[in-house]
Design a protein around this ligand. Structure first.
Ligand SMILES: O=P(O)(O)OC[C@H]1O[C@](O)(CO)[C@@H](O)[C@@H]1O
Length: 329
């Protein structure tokens, strides 16, 4: 049994033993630390029959704390540095309301840990350095969601999920190898664009949103918005004209039809379209019953390759910030 599997199983088991029941789970964080939970939220939205699921940015959780929060709640929070004030405060509020708290961080003994009943120190590296993608923050979110579902309601495809996690690193490495050349081509084609729209659906909408807010806006200072492939037809498609730049994260599974519809329209009206197709890039090596739940993690890992190429082509390192961590905000 892998370390993340064992740790997630033990943590959920300890929490369930410490209280009468867990009826709801909230995923809480800021920016990439919130969007990293999207695969876990999506999995539970699709598969849980009774468990209620929340996905809330930290400061909203603090200022508009859900009435339902209480001893039957589990709050899972993430903060890479463990010190984002609103996330630390969210953990404090959750605990004060009697909820169980799990803190995910890369920084040991950080302030988030003080308000977390259980702490997970995940692995992280800035691409092209690598760590096992099944041991990163977003994967831990999915592991915890899987264990929570299995240990409360049970989940018919539990073993398939575990086996998909075991295969996942190989699938990612192969996918990253396949997109190397395409990433260089993309970087040249998009480096001078003033706006890039990110699109996706189902399991990959979180990855599209993360790419928009954390990479294009934050780390590249390129205007961007994330548009759900299904919502594209309900407003956003009006901006489509010859050359409008889109990147669409095409997922595998039930919502692929939504992506296909948007792709047809963008092509018909001449939009400039970069596709990152999970099917073509290897997600189907994972068991069919669960492979769509890995699309978000897969897309994020593939985007690492595109983002390095884009930042190099633009001579704008991914670490450059104007305001973040530099001024009061
Ligand atoms: O994960 P942390 O340490 O709380 O930091 C959150 C910050 O990091 C990012 O996720 C990425 O830089 C931002 O979107 C966000 O403001």
């Amino acid at each position: 049994m892998s370390h993340p599997h064992q740790q997630s199983r033990q943590i959920i088991s300890a929490i369930l033993q410490s209280r009468p029941a867990i009826e709801r789970v909230y995923f809480v964080g800021c920016g990439g630390s919130l969007t990293g939970f999207y695969p876990a939220k999506y999995f539970l939205d699709c598969e849980a029959k009774k468990l209620a699921v929340g996905y809330i940015t930290s400061n909203e959780f603090v200022h508009a704390t859900p009435q339902a929060l209480g001893e039957n709640s589990l709050v899972i929070l993430a903060s890479q540095q463990g010190n984002t004030p609103e996330t630390v405060e969210a953990a404090r509020v959750a605990r004060a309301k009697g909820a169980a708290t799990v803190g995910l961080t890369f920084a040991p003994a950080s302030p988030l840990c003080e308000h977390s009943d259980e702490v997970i120190e995940y692995r992280w590296a800035r691409y092209p350095e690598t760590v096992n993608p099944a041991q990163q923050k977003a994967a831990y979110g999915l592991w915890l969601a899987l264990e929570l579902l299995q240990q409360t309601e049970g989940y018919a495809h539990y073993e398939a999920m575990v086996s998909a996690f075991e295969q996942f690193e190989e699938v990612v490495r192969e996918g990253q190898r396949k997109v190397q050349e395409d990433a260089q081509r993309f970087a040249q084609a998009y480096k001078d664009d003033k706006v890039i729209y990110m699109m996706g659906s189902g399991p990959s909408f979180g990855a599209a949103h993360q790419q928009s807010i954390c990479i294009l806006l934050e780390m590249q200072w390129i205007n961007s918005a994330s548009v759900h492939s299904g919502e594209y037809f309900h407003g956003p498609f009006e901006i489509t004209e010859e050359g409008t730049p889109f990147v669409l994260l095409q997922s595998e599974g039930r919502t692929r039809a939504l992506d296909d519809r948007a792709i047809r329209f963008i092509r018909q009206y001449g939009g400039k379209l970069q596709l990152i197709d999970a099917r073509e890039l290897g997600i189907n090596a994972l068991p069919e019953t669960v492979r769509d739940y890995f699309c978000g993690l897969f897309h994020t890992a593939l985007l690492d390759v595109y983002n390095l190429a884009l930042s190099q082509a633009r001579h704008h390192p991914l670490t450059t910030r104007r305001y973040m961590w530099k001024v009061e905000y």
